[in-house]
Design a protein around this ligand. Structure first.
Ligand code: CA
Length: 226
């Protein structure tokens, strides 16, 4: 899971961000001023930095500038105050990836975080994305997108689709899917069929007439890929 550094001097805002991001499943670290924040950036490895602009000791702009000057490309989201339009322009020029204006909703922040992490993930590992039907899939990060919008998929759906993908154009029996995807967990071939139906709803243009995950009667399924 992504590790996020929060640099914010206001205690209630800092604690709120820590609680909410950890609740969302992110790992966090934090700093209450710019100098300490920069020290943590230089001594640690983060996937994302949330950086307040107005900070004691070293401003968010200064931190951003120093990070980029050092060749560190960790994505940065700036927290700017309402009315400080100039901050956004300066921040982006200094190498921030995005900004969010206080007060913001948690939902908005999470959406920005996901978008920034996705962009940085894509530039790191572009080759790991695979197109299957309507979806673009990143099996390594368990993300699926349709026209750039994230599609919710369960871990098991990913595993099933990934297994079929690795065996594309081959008939895969229900029993082997149970063994390889469901491991030793007790379930029935009916469960496999139900998951296939759900995957078709997400990837097929016409789920009632599948062209990608075909049924091989009496045996199992075959994922067609050109
Ligand atoms: Ca502040």
């Amino acid at each position: 899971m992504a590790r996020i550094l929060i640099i914010e001097d206001e205690p209630s805002m800092r604690m709120g961000l820590i609680d909410n991001l950890e609740f969302e499943g992110y790992e966090t670290d934090s700093a209450s001023d710019g100098a300490l924040g920069l020290k943590k950036i230089n001594n640690g490895k983060f996937d994302l930095i949330i950086l307040d602009v107005m900070l004691p000791k070293l401003s968010g702009f200064d931190v951003c500038k120093k990070v980029r000057e050092a060749g560190n490309k960790t994505p940065i989201i700036l927290l700017t105050a309402k009315g400080e339009e100039i901050d956004k322009v300066v921040g982006l020029e200094l190498g921030a990836d995005d900004y969010i204006t206080k007060p913001f909703s948690l939902r908005e922040l999470i959406a920005r975080i996901k978008a920034v992490l996705r962009r940085s993930g894509e530039s790191d590992q572009k080759s790991d994305s695979v197109r299957i039907g309507r979806l673009e899939l990143h099996f390594n990060t368990f993300n699926a997108f349709e026209n750039g919008i994230e599609v919710q998929m369960s871990h098991r759906e990913f595993e099933l689709l990934e297994y079929l993908w690795h065996h594309h154009n081959q008939t895969v029996s229900r029993d082997s899917l149970l063994k390889e995807v469901w491991k030793q967990e007790a379930t029935t071939t009916r469960t496999v069929d139900n998951f296939i139906l759900r995957l078709r709803q997400k990837i097929e243009t016409d789920p009632d007439h599948p062209k990608i995950i075909l049924t091989v009667h009496g045996i199992g399924y075959k994922l067609i890929s050109g």
